[in-house]
Design a protein around this ligand. Structure first.
Ligand code: UD1
Ligand code: CA
Length: 531
């Protein structure tokens, strides 16, 4: 059967969530890369309702801004100082009614005729703290509600430990009488293991009438939404429950311990789906993937891999071990080993790691390499080009088939402005170069090891600017007499370490001072050169 379209979904997100003990409102805590509120709005939206309204109060601006960021189409309703889920729904419903009214006025219906406009038909209500609730369960609930012609349909489940939940009260025939909150329940009711999930479909008119009659005469002094069930039944409406077998789907989060349990469970389920679709997950217990990650068949995830955001990994690629990728695109048959990357693209067949750090704006071409202890940022590295060891590549464009020698630094910052460097194709940058941006190295150019390249090097040229080397013979013998180095040098030269005949009078005097046991003058012995 096709799922009926609900008039609206009301998402409850006004509560403080004190048991989280957090400055972040409960519904903004995340699992699998999405806030609990984000999960709720996603599930709500999957029903294709005419409206989704999010009820806010605690940290109102933060929660409202987040809701609109997740889904720009949501309506926001403010709950007033009256506490409780019943009041929250009432506030949501008045925004829905006001919006329906405003729509009619906008469509040209005269004010007088639109006075009594109100949302009609099935209205879904769900708490914002049930992160594993999915669209399929909601659809089943809605189908049941409409097929049975119910006034209220509540989603329930059996749990081993019902502490804190509202218990579902039924008569001998199994008909639903109502819900009693944990704090209001007597011993007999506390023994009930069927719990209210805080997910419902109401007939809008029934709900509106019942909400107006709710009191606050209960253990928590709140307006309980759960009281609507008994009222609707008392009015002769049919109140039924849809019980799901899988309690995890409807489990609420009240503290961080429950959040961790559901986070692990959601992750387990996501990995299960990926494995069934052809992804190898070597160690599901240490592998974490966000909901928006996409993996092709024959991807391999090694232990300790975390894939966040909109990361996409193509077929044949191997990621891990111990790798964290956020918003990274990994091409087919690429390898990313023991690395950390954000906002980057790794081309097909390319190799990254171990111990690489790719910051936003890194693009590595096909069959390229970013090797050990290399950091990159805003760097376009062409196909077949390599940055194999110990380098920083920031704000650079590198052509194809180019090699960047070990320990090369792209000097992109002059203390005021960041500058960009452009390196051509088939370039050989020597080891330990400093490429001072802005600088351009032409195609096929070379640079010498240890160069500081401050000026452009044309195509095919050699850029080199190291100072000529000075070698001072027997410096160690003269300036470090008696040291293991001097002894090794003397042995290599086949001379007696004490044979100072060919030394200058100055050096001989120095040696004499040492041999007399006088303390070496550290300042003078630490200068760089003798002569
Ligand atoms: C609620 C139900 C309980 C059910 C349980 C399932 C009521 C009275 N109780 O209890 O039967 O078993 O959920 O998890 O409904 N909220 C508001 N405004 C408020 C209070 C809460 O918007 O004034 C929102 C919260 O932000 C939260 C949701 O409603 O998203 C549930 O609130 P919470 O305080 O967690 O209710 P429970 O005590 O768990
Ligand atoms: Ca709760």
């Amino acid at each position: 059967m096709t799922t009926p379209r609900p008039a609206a979904v009301v998402v409850l997100a006004a509560g403080e969530g004190t048991r989280m003990r957090s400055t972040t409102p409960k519904v903004l805590h995340e699992l699998a890369g999405r806030s609990m509120l984000g999960h709720a709005i996603t599930a709500a939206r999957s029903l294709d309702p005419q409206r989704v309204v999010v009820v806010v109060r605690h940290e109102r601006d933060r929660v409202a801004a987040h809701a609109v960021e997740v889904d720009p189409q949501v309506l926001v309703a403010d709950q007033d100082e009256v506490p409780g889920t019943g009041r929250a729904v009432q506030c949501g419903l008045s925004v829905l009614d006001a919006t329906a009214h405003a729509d009619l006025v906008r469509d040209g219906v005269p004010e007088t005729h639109s006075d009594s406009v109100a949302v009609e038909g099935p209205l879904v209500v769900l708490a914002g703290d049930i992160p594993l609730l999915d669209g399929q369960v909601l659809a089943r609930l809605l189908e049941t509600h409409v097929a049975d012609g119910n006034a209220v349909t509540v989603l329930t489940t059996q749990v081993a430990d019902a502490t804190g939940y509202g218990r579902v009260l039924r008569d001998e025939d199994g008909a639903v009488l109502g819900v009693v909150e944990h704090k209001d329940a007597d011993a007999e009711q506390l023994a009930i293991t069927e719990i209210n999930s805080s997910v419902y479909v109401f007939d809008a008119a029934v709900l509106r009438r019942a909400l107006g009659r709710l009191g606050q005469d209960n253990a928590q002094g709140e307006v309980y939404l759960t009281d609507v069930l008994a009222i609707a039944r008392g009015d002769g409406g049919s109140v039924r429950a849809l019980q799901v077998d899988d309690p995890m789907l409807v489990e609420g989060v009240n503290d961080r311990s429950q959040l961790a349990v559901l986070r692990a469970e959601l992750n387990r389920r996501l990995l299960e789906e990926w494995m069934l679709s052809g992804v190898t997950v070597v160690d599901p217990a240490t592998t974490w993937v966000d909901v928006d990650v996409e993996l092709e068949p024959d991807v391999t995830l090694l232990p300790g891999t975390q894939l966040h955001g909109r990361t996409r990994v193509a077929s044949g690629a191997v990621v891990g071990p111990d790798t964290t990728l956020t918003d990274v695109v990994v091409g087919a048959h690429a390898q990313v080993v023991r690395s950390h990357a954000t906002g980057s693209v790794v081309g097909p067949g390319a190799v990254v790691g171990p111990f690489s750090y790719l910051r936003p704006g890194t693009t590595l071409g096909a069959d390229g390499k970013i090797g050990a202890f290399v950091e990159t940022k805003n760097a376009e590295i062409g196909a077949h080009s390599k940055v194999p060891h110990l380098s920083y590549v920031g704000d650079a464009t590198i052509g194809e088939h180019t090699n960047i020698g070990a320990a090369t630094i792209f000097v992109n910052y002059d203390g005021v402005t960041k500058h960009r460097s452009t390196i051509g194709s088939h370039v050989r940058i020597g080891s330990d170069n400093a490429l001072v941006a802005p600088v351009t190295i032409g195609d096929g150019a070379y640079t010498g090891a240890g160069s500081v390249i401050r000026r452009d090097v044309g195509a095919g040229a050699l850029g080199i600017n190291t100072a000529p080397q000075r070698t001072i013979d027997r410096w160690v013998l003269r300036r470090r007499p008696g040291s293991p180095s001097a002894e090794a040098a003397a042995a290599a030269l086949g001379i007696d370490g004490d044979d100072t005949d060919d030394l200058s009078p100055q050096a001989r005097a120095e040696i004499a001072r040492h041999q007399a046991g006088s303390a070496a003058d550290h300042d003078s012995s630490s200068t760089t050169e003798g002569h």
